[in-house]
Design a protein around this ligand. Structure first.
Ligand code: NAD
Length: 358
């Protein structure tokens, strides 16, 4: 199978590509605009594979999408390209509307034209897998409730509203044009190669430098955490075995309050890096409560029963085992982090910019 993966230089996309190249015989075309969140250094271990290729393209550029589809003739699309950081969506929603909504629309139209022209057998086997988030469901009320595939959409932030819009477009292209689609909605991911603006890597790296560990409000927001390599396995399971037209929720069965996540990282660092910057007694002393994010949802939690029952997927990592692996990975890969933090990962990469980027 040849897979076209959009957003493959990002956190989850790169985990999916590393998983596919290491564990299957499939070919992968990575299509990515390389925004600040795209980092080809996360793909160093697969970039030499003859089954891997890269296309520096913006999903809003229809002509380039047509060229890539015609040239590479993929059997399936995994669509992960998105603007993904909630805080950035509050400061500047325009890029979220452009990439997540207009970009998904542009990709759907290019793929529809490509799929309609395929010969019968390939057309029959084709699928478009849209990767989305549990944030489209909004805040959960009641401690016992879980998001199911039937939960109505109620997004709170510009990010989640733009993802919700893209989910609706994908389902409409299935209902209206018959495009064979799959949709997955997943909870918060964590793990190796996570951009250091996100909570877990930010806390690890700030703690090592003796900087404040910012926690929104009182840190009582609850998220369901999933180790990114478990998500990669789930996504590959869905794209290969999922039933066309279906939605699958993916989660880690690991609900944690943000403050407990930060405390757990501090405990691991006390064990793994007991020698601290001068004057610091305990990593926990760095925890600093900051003004809460506007529109901040209190609780998300996924019922992942459908994917477990129908496709046999369940996470391999617990939160404890996954967090230990993650902290150790950051300690072992400080050079990757340094190159992200000082911007050198962007300065030294291919070319001046993707074709036709506006
Ligand atoms: P990320 O921000 O790390 O990566 C996004 C990638 O998309 C980057 O490589 C970026 O360069 C690329 N990109 C952005 N705009 C583009 C454009 N216009 N054209 C082509 N490429 C573009 O995001 P992530 O955390 O890896 O998330 C991937 C997907 O999974 C997103 O759709 C996100 O909504 C979804 N998701 C993320 C999480 C999470 O916890 N991170 C959870 C559930 C779902």
């Amino acid at each position: 199978m040849k897979l076209l993966i959009t957003g493959g230089a990002g956190f989850i996309g790169s985990a999916v590509i590393r998983h596919i190249i290491a564990n299957t015989r499939d070919e992968v075309v990575n299509l990515d605009k390389l925004t600040y969140a795209g980092n080809l250094e996360s793909l160093a271990e697969v970039s030499g594979s003859e089954r891997y290729s890269f296309e520096h393209v913006d999903i809003c550029n229809r002509a380039e999408l047509d060229r890539v589809l015609t040239q590479h003739q993929p059997d399936a699309i995994m669509h992960l390209a998105a603007e993904s950081h909630v805080d950035r969506s509050i400061d500047g929603p325009a890029d979220f509307i452009e990439t997540n909504i207009v970009g998904t629309y542009t990709l759907l139209e290019a793929v529809r034209q490509y799929w309609q022209a395929l010969e019968a057998q390939r057309r029959q086997n084709f699928c478009f897998h849209h990767i989305s988030t549990d944030e489209v469901y909004g805040d959960l009320d009641g401690p016992e409730n879980l998001f199911t595939e039937q939960t109505p959409y109620a997004p709170s932030s510009p990010y989640s509203a733009s993802k919700a819009s893209s989910d609706h477009l994908v389902r409409a292209w299935h209902r209206t044009y018959g495009l064979p689609v799959l949709v997955t909605n997943c909870s918060n991911n964590y793990g190796p190669y996570h951009f250091p603006e996100k909570l877990i890597p930010l806390v690890i790296l700030n703690a090592l430098e003796g900087k404040p560990l910012p926690v929104y409000g009182k840190g009582e927001q609850i998220r369901d955490w999933l180790y990114v390599e478990d998500h990669a396995v789930a996504l590959y399971t869905v794209v290969t075995d999922g039933k066309i037209g279906e939605t699958y929720n993916i989660g880690g069965h690991s609900e944690k309050r943000n403050i407990d996540v930060v405390q757990a990282i501090c405990s691991l660092l006390e064990e793994l890096v007991p020698e601290k910057v001068a004057g610091l007694a305990n990593y926990r002393d760095l925890i600093t409560f900051v003004t809460d994010r506007p529109g901040h949802d209190l609780r998300y939690a996924i019922d992942a029963g459908k994917i477990q029952k129908e496709l046999g997927w369940a996470p391999a990592e617990t939160f404890e085992s996954g967090l230990r692996k993650t902290v150790q990975w950051y300690l072992d890969n400080l050079e990757w982090c340094k190159r992200v933090q000082d911007g050198s990962y962007q300065r030294e990469r291919l070319g001046a910019g993707p074709a036709g980027v506006r």
